[in-house]
Design a binder for this molecule. Structure first.
Ligand code: SF4
Length: 325
């Protein structure tokens, strides 16, 4: 079986965007790949070093979300990055051979420095985060990484670092790593901006029923539809795009009641909230059950760290052999 590596930063509660953008795909990949899923807390620390108090709680909550959504610890390795220090050792070696220009040209780095104004990201670690990311992937000799198109430049950097390593040390130690491009619907937040914890516009997997209803009610709709008699334009309405993801069977019906001005936006959103709850309730119930057994979650992560470390140690033995021969 080929190895797939993917990871998330434990920076807050997971939301619907994470579920349809990544987790559902991860669950499906478990059938055909040996999957290694990392909770990358050092990456979280790069952005949250001024107040790191939430990271350890976020790690547990993230593991709960993963398992509740169908990531199976019997099939896949779930682990916390900082429990496998080999990530840092490989990152150190890779940082020695990564030209500074590759990091300074990274489009995400520049974009985040521009966009994130509430935190000071002008740090040595943040510039070098693609090197740690490369180490995360290469440590397990993953040959596939499930990503969206926007993350392609990152993966390309990992591949370039791997090629440079193999070339310098004259050994094909790291395999070429391909993108498993995932076509996932892009869900906007309830205010029509990108769904994000920092915008407080996300519907979280852990939100209670009443919160899901409240958030759905406050979703922005077609701004030109003011009265019930105004025909709407579902193609520009975020509520309709949620129907396209979570209640496909009703798309046509919604299109007709909207364009034909047969139903108002309030009713349309109420019906959507029922579909969202039908989707979210089983996940939330599973979350609550897992939340009552946090020791079991810690055991899963400890066990995952042991399995991940066994692979990581072997890779580092091979790396040391060629670097310090
Ligand atoms: S009826 Fe539904 S789809 Fe149409 S504008 Fe209102 S909320 Fe959007």
């Amino acid at each position: 079986m080929k190895t797939v590596f993917s990871a998330m930063r434990p920076t807050g509660r997971l939301h619907l965007g994470h579920l349809v953008g990544a987790l559902e795909n991860w669950v499906a990949l478990q059938k055909d790949y040996h999957c290694i899923f990392g909770i990358v807390d050092w990456h979280a620390l790069m952005g949250e070093y001024e107040d790191s108090s939430q990271i350890s709680e976020n790690i547990i909550e993230m593991a709960i979300d993963w398992v509740a959504c169908g990531i199976d610890p019997e099939k896949s390795i779930l682990f916390v990055q900082s429990q496998v220090p080999e990530h840092l050792e490989l990152a150190m070696i890779l940082s020695c051979l990564t030209p500074l220009g590759w990091l300074e040209r990274n489009p995400t780095y520049k974009e985040q420095l521009r966009e994130i104004t509430t935190r000071d990201l002008q740090t040595y670690a943040f510039l070098g985060y693609p090197v740690l990311q490369a180490a995360d992937i290469l440590l397990y000799k993953a040959t596939a990484v499930p990503i969206g198109e926007d993350q392609l430049p990152h993966l390309e950097l990992t591949r370039e670092i791997a090629r440079r390593f193999n070339h310098l040390y004259k050994k094909e130690l790291f395999p070429d790593c391909k993108a498993l491009l995932t076509k996932t619907p892009r869900l906007l937040g309830i205010d029509n901006r990108k769904m994000s914890k920092s915008y407080q516009n996300a519907i979280n997997l852990s939100d209670p029923e009443a919160t899901v209803r409240k958030k759905t009610t406050s979703m922005i709709t077609d701004p030109k539809r003011i009265k019930l008699a105004d025909p709407g334009h579902p193609e520009i309405c975020n509520v309709y795009s949620y129907y396209q993801v979570f209640a496909k069977q009703r798309q046509q019906e919604v299109y007709e009641w909207c364009t034909g001005a047969q139903k108002g936006c309030t009713d349309c959103k109420k019906i959507l909230s029922e579909h969202l709850l039908a989707f979210l309730n089983p996940i939330r119930e599973k979350r609550e059950e897992l939340g009552r057994h946090k020791n079991r979650i810690r055991e899963i992560l400890d066990d995952g760290a042991k399995k991940a470390q066994a692979i990581a140690r072997e890779t580092m033995r091979q790396v040391r052999e060629v670097v310090f021969k």
